[in-house]
Design a protein around this ligand. Sequence first.
Ligand code: MN
Length: 222
Amino acid sequence: MAKQKLADYIAKRKFDATPEPAPAPLAARNGPLLFVIQQHAARRLHYDLRLECDGVLKSWAVPKGPSLDPSEKRLAAQTEDHPFDYASFEGVIPAGQYGAGEMIVWDCGVYSPDEGGTWFHERDEAERRVREGLEKGKLGFLLRGEKVKGSFALVRMSDRKNWLLIKHKDRFAAKTDLTALDRSVLSNATLNDVKGVPLKRLAAERLVPFGEAEKMPTALSP
Ligand code: MN
């Protein structure tokens, strides 16, 4: 299923020429859904917002990056689904290749749809709600990242390709310019020094908690 969804991703890339990951079989995942925001110095600098759903990363290119200010609606152009493993990719896409330029993992963490509740620990229900929201063109979700926190909405515009990324009013709403923070949450590199970062990557699943949730014991022995 994921393979079919990644046909566009595969068609745009030559995996012997780019260090980006080729789609690989994905072990069954559990735990909360992952999100990542990569900063990408392609022809034009932008931020790639990616939300894990159904084994792939649903993706949007956000030219100005996310804003914590609810009055700042940020354009988010939907792009092709990316493989899950892309979440930990940072490095340099060589000149001449699709998306050529430097990329860092600017932020990552867990997320949940958040209309009427949150489902951080009910993955199936979370994915069902994300799928439903994206189909109808309106998804509310809560990000728990290192830089970006709080409730957002993605709202599809009538052209069906462009969306708006909007901060909801909550305790994380602020006028602070998040994009002033310019370092990778994985390597501490900026786009300028990512060329010197070794290509050995963390597995994407290591970015967020995973494994079966276990109940706290009701009694602890000394
Ligand atoms: Mn990009």
